[in-house]
Structure formats: C-alpha cells, structure tokens
Ligand binder design. Sequence first.
Ligand SMILES: Nc1ncnc2c1ncn2[C@@H]1O[C@H](COP(=O)(O)OP(=O)(O)O)[C@@H](O)[C@H]1O
Ligand SMILES: [Mg+2]
Length: 313
Amino acid sequence: MGMTALTIDAEGLKKSYGTRTAVRDLTLQLRCGVAFGFLGPNGAGKSTSIKMLLGLVKPTGGRALLLGKPVGTREVRARIGFLPEHFRFYDWLSASELVLFHGRLCGLADDVLRRKVPYLLERVGLGSQDSKPIRSFSNGMMQRVGLAQAIVNDPEILFLDEPTSGLDPAGRKLVREVIREQRDRGATVFLNSHLLGEVEQSCDRVAFIRHGEIVGMYEMGAWQSAQTEVEIKAARVDSASLSRLAGIEGLVVVAADVQLGGHRLRLRVPSADCLPEVVRCLVENGAEVFSVVPQHVSLEDLFLHMMGPDPGL
Ligand SMILES: Nc1ncnc2c1ncn2[C@@H]1O[C@H](COP(=O)(O)OP(=O)(O)O)[C@@H](O)[C@H]1O
Ligand SMILES: [Mg+2]
C-alpha cells in the first residue's frame, strides 16, 4: 500500500434503526500514519460508525472502502485490528493463548507468534500474568489483553472503541503510547472517545459527532495555530488604542477588563506574526506593556463552542 493511498474511504455512510437514525452521513478519508479521534457524547453514533467500517453493521446507505477494498472481507480483516467497546473473550484462555489465537486468526505463523506474543504481553504490562486464565483478570487487565490482541498483526488500520474505559492512569498512558507507536509505524488509528483530554493528547485529526452527524473536523496543529490567543497586561490603555487594536485585520478582542494597576486584554489573533504590530499599536498610543502571554486554546474550548453549552457529556 503506497503512502498516499487512502486506508479509510467512507462516503455518506448512514445507519437507521427503524425511525431512529444512529449515523446520518459519515464521510471520511484517512491515510496511513494518522491518528484520528472521533469525539462525541454517549449515543452520538461513534460505535455504530466503527461497526459499519468493520462490516459488523450493515449500512442503510452510503459506501466504504478499507485499504481500497470492500469492508468486511476476510482479507481486509486480517490486516486491521479492533478493540471493541464491549468485548467478551473466551475467558478460560490464558492471556498468551488469547493473543496467540487472534494472531492465528490473522494468518500469522506460529514461529512468528512464539516471539511476538510474549513481547506484546510485556508491552501491555502483563508479562508476569501471561499464563493465568483471563477470567481471573480485572477490567483493566482485560482491556490490556484486548489491546495486545488488537495489534498482534501490526494492523494497517487500528480501531479502538473507548479503549481507556476501566483503565487506571498508568493504563491510559499505555494506550496513548500504543496509539503513537502504531501511528508512527504507519498505521491509521481510529480512536472513539468521549474523553477530550485523551483525544487531544494522542490524535492528529479530530471530528466531533453529535446526534449521528459530524459537526466539525480539525487538524490538531492547524486549529491550534489558527486560534492563537494572547493575554496582554498593560497600563494606560485608552479607548483610542483599543479601537486601533480592533482595526488590525483578523484580530478579535475577546475580553478587556481593568484590573488593579492596569488592563488585562485577551485577544484572538490570526497568527503570532501580528503580535509585533499589536504591541507597537499599544505602545504608540501611550500604553505600557508588561506582558504578552500566548494562551492555549484547549480542545475542550473548541468542543464547547461546537456543541453549545450543554453537550450532554
Ligand atoms: N442495535 C441497535 N438497535 C437500535 N438502536 C441502536 C443499536 N445500536 C445503536 N443504537 C442507537 O444508535 C445511537 C448511536 O449509538 P452508538 O453508535 O452506540 O453511540 P456511541 O458509541 O457514540 O455511544 C444510539 O441512540 C443508540 O441507542
Ligand atoms: Mg460507543
């Protein structure tokens, strides 16, 4: 598969259950080496979207190709990995037997798996528990086995549906690391989550889904640099300099208040390139500038803006 080929190519995927529409129009194109975060509240349609891409749920409309081929075929399944949101594994198997079994299902040879299974179990922190039946495992340990089976075949696409539910902070960190490793190895990672922080820390691109509809899609780097905000502390800011500031192209005065000893201005600027002009404008109008501090616009700010004040999280 070439570097530029699409790994996921979905056009207008739709799923209705009776009169209820779970997913309205999933149109998405992803390439290898990208971690994609699908964010939305419970019931938004995230799991249904993944299941349509995997061929586990039959779409009511639209079409999708995975790795250039129709979804759901054995050949494609052997090249992808999946950690379901709710999974039930054969719980009489040990952790290594389970991962071995999934490796065999993907068509991997036993001599490959003999080296790979212990490595993977070590990677997910179960090195010392590999021969215990997984029925004795906690939810968190089960989730770690699930992660190991999902990457046993070095998948070209890795689907993770709420992978950190039931995980402690160390487990959540492990998931983030695995996402980055797989992405850096060249996989497309498709992460379903309702946790903003999780997606913010591990994904290159995000989409927000609400009531079955994608309401926004962003490149992480792009929206961060496109949404630069700065906080300025200055004294002797008069209304003339404020209106001069507001005249700078693309600049928005988000907040301006007077505090003890001076002004606090919060400005949204199209890019950091216009900061010298901002400072010059203030100084030329007689202000004294004490600090100019870039502000981080979090994914949460963006999410609340997209979803409205009550996103139902
Ligand atoms: N098998 C099903 N039968 C009927 N309704 C379903 C079924 N699966 C999902 N839904 C409904 O579709 C909507 C989206 O569900 P889901 O994709 O599981 O959301 P999410 O994963 O974002 O929480 C929900 O309203 C859910 O109740
Ligand atoms: Mg779900």
